[in-house]
Write a protein that binds this ligand. Structure first.
Ligand SMILES: [Zn+2]
Ligand SMILES: [Zn+2]
Length: 244
């Protein structure tokens, strides 16, 4: 199994990076984690076959994590996708997706897809199984709008991948990522403590209790990107592959 960073940027295009989108593939799984506004061109740039993706997990409704879905769904329609697709995310995702489709492409939410599209709301700490993928969402803290906000602990092919999503430090990240084979964590700031986002220094203090086997930093602002050569951690870049 592998995880490829299709996009690991923030909402503001820092460093020219694409919005958040990770592609996980293995012998029996093929899914995306988040689908930010720029994700369709990012997927195409990497030559990723969209019609082989079975599942898209959305962490929250900010444009840099969710805004790519209308483009992806339209592309699926125009390329005559037949494979079923599941889109799963926080409570309210059905209405949020329909509203987004209408805002970007009028009447598109009323066009019935040629393929079987299921849009499924996930509840915190209630595991769901999608094919060979077990997903457990954990509530995280990321402000007053764009939520609910979910981190994910994902089990597939004997491996565990955890993603913090966008969040300030919250204790739920410990069970979400404990002992994971790969923990992808937001490190928006280096040491500045702000609401709604995680800084590397805060994260660092909790790494021993999380005890993940690998850590990869993502969703970094310009200050963090300027420090990449001097950090003792792996940082994501667009196109990077992590073998699991
Ligand atoms: Zn974000
Ligand atoms: Zn966000």
């Amino acid at each position: 199994m592998q995880l490829r960073f299709v996009g690991c940027g923030d909402a503001l295009g820092s460093g020219g990076r694409f919005n958040t989108c990770f592609h996980v593939t293995g012998a029996s799984v093929n899914f995306l984690i988040d689908c930010g506004a720029s994700s369709l061109p990012a997927l195409k740039r990497l030559g990723i076959a969209r019609d082989e993706i079975d599942l898209i997990l959305i962490t929250h409704f900010h444009g840099d994590h969710f805004g790519g879905l209308p483009f992806l769904l339209l592309d699926a329609q125009f390329t005559r996708r037949t494979r079923p697709l599941v889109v799963a995310g926080p409570a309210g995702i059905e209405a949020k997706l329909a509203n987004l489709m209408e805002a970007l492409f009028e009447h598109s939410s009323k066009t019935k897809p040629r393929f079987d599209l299921s849009v499924i709301a996930l509840e915190p700490e209630q595991s769901r199984i999608f094919g060979e993928v077990k997903v457990t969402p954990f509530p995280v803290i990321h402000g007053a709008s764009g939520g609910p906000f979910l981190a994910y602990r994902i089990e597939a092919e004997g491996r565990v991948v955890a993603y913090s999503a966008d969040t300030e430090w919250t204790e739920t990240l410990v069970p979400a990522a404990r002992g994971a084979d790969l923990f992808v964590a937001e490190a928006y700031y280096y040491d500045k403590i702000v609401k709604n986002h995680l800084s590397l220094k805060t994260l660092e203090a909790h790494l021993p209790e999380i005890n993940a086997k690998r850590l990869v930093l993502t969703h970094m602002n310009n200050d963090m990107l300027g420090r990449l050569g001097n950090l003792p951690y792996t940082a994501a870049h667009d196109g990077m592959v992590v073998e699991l």
